[in-house]
Design a protein around this ligand. Structure first.
Ligand SMILES: [Zn+2]
Length: 159
């Protein structure tokens, strides 16, 4: 019987000699080179949507759970410098997608933006949109910064 690979299944890793982490390069080759080669700039929108669905499906109860996953998956070092009822800003340092690239003149981290938006949307139960406004590898910025707009406004509990 054919069935989809769900999150829990995907995270089961059995590699006795190789371990459960691979290099950043494999993910980047898939996301930035192969996906964009086939889908062009459409890869950005698909990556955002994929991240958002995943962020929602994780069913985080609080921000701390999401931050723990980011640490576990080594997505980057996360900081949340702005947190209000209707606006959140998230900075990702050492971003897995782009940190270290020579700038290409555009933001690259749509998957991470979607993941953050989906996680926060699930926690708040309110529609959340993320837009990447700074990008380390894409634009030469210090962090990959995401503006999150919450509609309708709601208070998030940081633990
Ligand atoms: Zn970025």
């Amino acid at each position: 019987m054919k069935k989809p690979v769900d999150i829990a299944n995907a995270l089961q890793v059995n590699r006795p000699e190789m371990g459960d982490f691979t290099g950043v390069s494999l993910y980047r080759l898939f996301r930035l080179v192969a996906m964009e080669d086939i889908m062009g700039m459409g890869a950005s929108a698909i990556s955002y949507y994929a991240g958002k669905k995943l962020g929602l499906a994780m069913q985080f109860k609080e921000v701390g759970d999401f931050l723990a996953l980011c640490e576990q998956l080594k997505i980057g070092r996360i900081d949340i410098p702005v947190l209000t009822n209707d606006f959140i800003h998230v900075d990702v340092y050492e971003c897995v997608t782009c940190s270290g690239l020579s700038p290409v003149g555009r933001c690259l981290c749509h998957f991470e933006g979607g993941l953050i938006a989906g996680a926060v949307e699930g926690i708040l139960g309110k529609k959340v949109q993320a837009k990447e406004v700074t990008c380390i590898g894409g634009l030469g910025d210090e962090s990959c910064g995401f503006d999150l707009v919450i509609d309708p406004p709601g208070r998030i509990q940081v633990v």
